[in-house]
Design a protein around this ligand. Sequence first.
Ligand code: SF4
Ligand code: SF4
Length: 139
Amino acid sequence: MIGSPAPTAALQERTCGTCTLCCRLPEIDELSKPANAWCVNCTAGQGCSIYDSRPQLCRDFLCSWMINLQLGPEWEPAIANMMVYGQGQQITVLVDPAYPAAWKQEPYATQLRQWAVEAAEQGRYIIVFVGDEIFKIKP
Ligand code: SF4
Ligand code: SF4
């Protein structure tokens, strides 16, 4: 389950590579960055142009795929066109608006339903954001 990460093992195997989804999909108040818009500091396919002086929240952030081997290779954000991360009791799935149906396709749809069941047992829940649309995955 994605709520049980093993970050050390995952980080030995995984890198962001050329993925820059977390510089585009989330809203980042500290950078006055709206959701689904490139951060002004991001060069697509290359990464952060202010890497050495990027804000602390950028330094601290890793998506769930980066820290949890229970998310298989299909969940690599650049492949899935989605990024997953935990926010307290909420598991957030941000879908690239260019691929709005990505979360409804397999193997993702089945896994999301399975995660929702497991999350509910822990008092957690899964929210999917697609552009301006918001969906709660039913357990
Ligand atoms: S979404 Fe995940 S894999 Fe992609 S750049 Fe951000 S932390 Fe790295
Ligand atoms: S400051 Fe750099 S790391 Fe942070 S969102 Fe912008 S491009 Fe990404």
